[in-house]
Design a protein around this ligand. Structure first.
Ligand code: BTN
Length: 277
């Protein structure tokens, strides 16, 4: 199927004309090709780039996903974007801020998708962006952990925007989707990027100002993992099954285990979740 086109060239001019943010994207690096926008943004942040600096690429040659996976990043179709966020919280809220940042970034992406493509994305814990249980996008946050350079986090977001369903590689075809595949027409990447940066600025600003209960409510509304039977692969290689019961105040997932350990509670801070039913 050939889809109608929408104006969507990522240039400094088109993006600046669409931007509605105070700081996010006001310093903007648009790359034709780069190994990974996250790697490029980390290097810029280490050299002192300011809060809200954004790196966008038309193509990534070594796009990275969570848990050491690669991120499918063909040229000219999708959004690959990394934002430098400098941490200004007092030490007491640092842990909370760091653990919620990836979750809230996924909320921001879902809101931008709703605003621009009129599609309701849902979230799979911790920060996978889904439509109809297929993966539409994801978030990879990386931080420096060093106080001397000022603490920062690079929030990397990938969204499959205009990749046609048939163009996904075989191993992704049944698992992944794109906005164009769902909407039946191409989606303007400039409008989506602008909405994404506005929502990110808002969500991250709120994260600094609100108590965690408020932040959690926002995430919980969109999280389709809650209440489901799930299998979680842990970094240790072990896998656990149970019911996803709640999101804890620190953003971890509360799991009520099945099987031999039925009824015991596990609080998971990381892992790869599969929705079993
Ligand atoms: C995931 O595994 O779900 C996270 C995917 C994150 C991909 C984005 S694309 C922009 C940024 N640069 C990268 O190399 N990765 C992130």
């Amino acid at each position: 199927m050939s889809l109608p086109t929408a104006s969507q060239t990522l240039t400094p001019e088109t993006i600046r004309a669409a931007l509605r943010t105070k700081t996010f994207g006001r310093t903007l690096h648009i790359l034709h090709e780069t190994p990974s926008t996250n790697t490029a943004a980390m290097a810029l942040a280490q050299k002192g780039a300011e809060d809200g600096t954004v790196v966008v690429a038309e193509r990534q040659t070594a796009g990275r996903g969570r848990l050491g996976r690669s991120w499918y990043s063909p040229a000219g179709e999708n959004l690959y974007c990394s934002v430098i966020v400098r941490q200004t919280q007092s030490q007491t809220r640092l842990e909370e801020w760091l653990s919620w940042l990836p979750l809230l970034s996924a909320v921001a992406a879902a809101r931008a998708i709703q605003a621009v493509a009129a599609l309701q994305a849902r979230l799979k814990w911790p920060n996978d962006i889904l439509i109809n249980q297929q993966k539409l996008g994801g978030v990879l946050c990386e931080s420096n952990g060093s106080r001397s350079q000022g603490r920062f986090v690079v929030v990397g977001i990938g969204i499959n925007v205009n990749t046609p369903r048939h163009a996904f590689p075989d191993e992704l075809r049944d698992l992944a989707t794109s906005l164009a595949a769902e909407a039946g027409h191409r989606i303007n990447r400039v409008a989506l990027l602008s909405a994404l940066l506005s929502e990110l600025e808002l969500c991250i600003g709120n994260l600094s100002a609100q108590p965690s209960a408020e932040v959690k409510r926002e995430y919980t509304k969109l999280c389709s993992t809650l209440g489901r039977q799930v299998r979680v692969s842990l970094a240790s290689g072990e896998s656990v099954e149970g019911q996803a019961d709640a999101i804890n105040p620190d953003g971890s997932l509360r799991l009520i285990r099945n099987g031999a350990n039925a009824g015991t509670i596990l609080d998971l801070r990381a892992g790869d979740v599969t929705h079993v039913r």
